[in-house]
Design a protein around this ligand. Structure first.
Ligand SMILES: Nc1ncnc2c1ncn2[C@@H]1O[C@H](COP(=O)(O)OP(=O)(O)OP(=O)(O)O)[C@@H](O)[C@H]1O
Ligand SMILES: [Mg+2]
Length: 267
């Protein structure tokens, strides 16, 4: 049983963060000695406000430069690791490492439909011009987009995303269309109506399990974490201080004392 679990996890896309340090104004906000993310389909990264969760995700994506340390991405199936902390942020998606909120800036310029199409065209195995030039490729991609739009309706898919909820949903769908191997989600459901949130999370869980996508999710809505995660990392004061099964983490006195027992602000 234990051996099977080890074999399965070795095949998953995962990240290793080693000796990673980030300071702001002389204050260390992230200091992670050795952390592996992605050995399970869905992993939660939780901790109080200011613990360093967002900073760590941005360091992984290289949208924030590390002061020290490195991040290595293992694409899965025993393939060799790639040191991603020396690559530019825009190279991440082509490696299969994708984070929400990365490409949120063009909502005013692109319609919902166009941004989804562009995400499909940008993914690793597609050469961008083919999606427009080849009918077969176009049809395959537009069918996939239509399926998403049926499941997650927008007020007007040929118009612009207007509400915060629509922008959030569009961002998630674009990330899924990029066909990530490892997907980082930073508070993905904040601002989404409860029914949409549940369907989004079910879709993500299904992708993780059925398509071997490793998902790491930061979320203050702990129902999402307890329901969906297979494993949880608890972060406090810049470091991951506990790791384990959700049920174990939930009961742990450190988590209760530093996080659950105190008022925290979800946003
Ligand atoms: N650009 C920045 N300049 C200065 N300090 C920053 C910067 N970004 C983050 N910090 C500080 O780093 C610490 C960690 O912040 P971070 O946003 O990573 O926390 P978090 O765990 O994501 O919190 P939350 O749950 O509230 O989102 C905080 O003290 C924050 O004020
Ligand atoms: Mg944050």
């Amino acid at each position: 049983m234990a051996e099977a679990a080890v074999t399965a996890s070795a095949g998953r896309p995962h990240l290793r963060v080693e000796g990673a340090v980030k300071s702001f104004d002389g204050r260390v906000v992230v200091e992670v000695a050795d952390l592996t993310l992605g050995n399970n389909p869905v992993e939660g990264l939780i901790g109080p406000n200011g613990a360093g969760k967002t900073t760590l995700m941005r360091m992984i994506m290289h949208s924030l430069k590390l002061d020290k340390g490195r991040v290595t991405f293992y694409p899965g199936d025993g393939a060799r690791g790639v040191v991603i902390s020396s690559r530019p942020a825009h190279a991440m998606a082509s490696l299969g490492v994708v984070k929400t909120n990365q490409v949120i800036q063009d909502f005013e310029k692109l319609t919902i439909w166009d941004s989804l199409l562009l995400a499909a065209a940008r993914r690793r195995e597609e050469r961008p011009f083919r999606i427009f030039a080849e009918k077969r490729v176009w049809a395959r991609n537009t069918d996939e987009i239509k399926r998403y739009l049926e499941e997650f309706p927008f007020a007007n898919p040929y118009g612009f995303a207007k509400s915060a909820g629509e922008k959030k949903l569009l961002d998630i769908l674009r990330c899924l269309l990029l066909r990530p191997k490892l997907l980082l989600l930073d508070e993905p459901t904040a601002g989404l109506p409860a029914d949409v949130r549940d369907r989004v999370m079910q879709t993500i869980k299904k992708k993780a399990v059925d398509e071997n996508v490793s998902v790491v999710i930061v979320e203050h809505d702990l129902n999402v974490i307890w329901t969906l995660s297979d494993y949880v990392h608890f972060m406090a004061e810049g470091s991951v201080v506990l790791q384990g099964d959700p049920a174990w983490i939930r009961e742990h006195e450190t988590v209760v004392e530093k996080y659950l027992g105190k008022g925290h602000v979800g946003h």
